[in-house]
Design a protein around this ligand. Structure first.
Ligand SMILES: [Zn+2]
Ligand SMILES: [Zn+2]
Length: 448
């Protein structure tokens, strides 16, 4: 299992050959509607790791596995094939041909399910694929069974019962690996070659035992179930047995396909689960956020600052993104960009009705730029009011002082200087309070 370089608990899904790093979906960049992903750090196109590290293990999704064939088309196929071969079973020759054809169709379809699942498609494929080439597969299988039987007889003759029994057990244990190989290569002898069987077994490791157990359980339950339900009605029992075994066949092949999907990396390829949902596209802000989080972890603060500016140019109204940039500027102590940004930011906050936050923003900005003073008169007055209610008079004076020089809103000026007058009186600065009173009188005269 490999994890994201920046999220130590998230499985990696992409690989950058340039940086030699693995990242998760979040820590990538994509063009607006593009399928390709790029490295946040160096911009190189990333290689997909598919679901190699994100796939749920096959033994934890057994209920999904058993539900796989439960769609109308697949169940119809299973029941119709079972009924045809069951009804015609006792008719000589016709029955054998019908049985062969329906087995061929189902086998072909099951292999199709294996291949599709291995490629990441978790819903059953179209039925149209089932109706060609199935008989060929059946004959290949029959050929293989004849070959194995002949081998068994030869072994019994020359090596004795003990060794033959052992070899027989090995053959049974090889079946899942063989079916997987066959689905991927379409070649019988190559698929049965010991080194190719071993390749699958070693890729899966110990869970291969779970797989064998599941397959044995399913195949033994077919006869038992049918015996319990329909002992006595041979004809009906035949059809039911056939429905159950056909159902299990699709389940087993889906399961085998999933084993390939789960162990894709060890088997040398990458496939991604296809959910069938429409792709979710990230907005520019979301994409930038992801990249910023990577760049911060890489310590590239200049890159972060540039990206914030670039993104805000086009998404200036995104309030939370503004909040994040402000936190970044104060956290990094950026004296260059903070004053201008804080100025616009505070005006925007006030406009959005967030006046309660102005004081915190103002203080945070002043901790980096001590002589900072907002240019917006509304912001300054709102802050002054807030400070006055807490009795912080020096702050009131600092904010209102000089406002009359460049503010044309008379009513606002009157309110602001009244506050300042109160503050000066409270601080017992009589002379200044008097001058302030004069200014107020002049403003009131102009207002009339
Ligand atoms: Zn990540
Ligand atoms: Zn890179």
């Amino acid at each position: 299992m490999k994890y994201c370089k920046y999220h130590p608990t998230d499985a990696a899904t992409w690989y950058c050959t340039h940086c030699d790093s693995r990242v998760c979906d979040t820590c990538t960049q994509e063009s607006e509607r593009g399928e390709d992903r790029y490295c946040c750090k160096c911009g190189a196109t990333l290689e997909s790791l598919g679901s190699a590290y994100t796939a749920e293990p096959f033994w934890e999704r057994l209920s999904e596995t058993f539900r796989y064939p439960l769609t109308v088309p697949v169940m119809t196929l299973i029941v119709v094939l079972s009924a045809i071969s069951g009804v015609l079973f006792f008719v000589p020759i016709v029955g054998a041909v019908a049985g062969l054809i329906s087995a061929g169709i189902l086998t072909k379809y099951s292999f199709q399910c294996l291949e599709e699942t291995a490629a990441g498609n978790m819903s059953p494929p179209d039925l149209s694929e089932a109706f060609s080439g199935g008989i060929v597969i059946i004959f290949k299988m029959i050929g293989l069974i004849i070959l194995i039987t002949a081998g068994g007889i030869g072994s019994y003759h020359y090596l004795g019962a003990g060794i033959t029994g052992l070899l027989g057990a090995l053959v049974v244990l090889s079946i899942p690996a063989f079916l997987i190989n066959f689905a991927l290569t379409d070649r019988v002898l190559v698929s049965f070659a010991p080194q190719n069987i071993l390749r699958i077994v070693s890729a899966v490791g110990l869970p291969y035992g779970i797989l064998i157990g599941l397959l044995l359980l399913m195949s033994s339950s077919v006869g038992l179930l049918s015996y319990m339900v329909f002992s006595g009605f041979e004809w009906a029992s035949m059809i039911l047995q056939s429905v159950i075994s056909n159902f299990y066949m699709v389940v087993i092949f889906h399961l085998l396909g999933y084993v390939v999907f789960q162990y894709q990396e060890k088997l040398g390829f990458y496939a991604r689960a296809q959910t069938g949902d429409a792709p979710v596209y990230r907005s520019e802000v979301e994409r930038s956020r992801a990249k910023i989080s990577v760049l911060i972890k890489e310590g590239d603060y200049e890159g972060v600052n540039r990206l914030y500016k670039k993104t805000l140019d086009r998404n200036g109204l995104d309030l939370s993104f503004n909040d994040e940039y402000f936190e970044f500027l104060t956290a990094t102590g950026n004296k260059e960009d903070l004053p201008d940004f804080a100025d616009d930011y505070m005006a925007y906050k006030l406009h959005k009705g967030h006046q309660a936050q102005l004081k915190r923003i103002y203080n945070q900005t002043r901790s980096v730029v001590p002589d900072f003073k907002p240019t917006s008169h509304e912001v300054r007055f709102t802050l002054a009011q807030d400070y006055a209610s807490f009795g912080d008079y020096p702050a009131v004076i600092r904010l209102v002082n000089g406002m009359h020089q460049d503010c044309s809103d008379n009513q606002l000026l009157i309110k602001a200087y009244s506050l300042m007058h109160e503050a000066l009186q409270a601080l017992e600065k009589e002379e200044m309070a008097l001058r302030c009173k004069k200014l107020l009188k002049r403003l009131e005269a102009q207002a009339v």
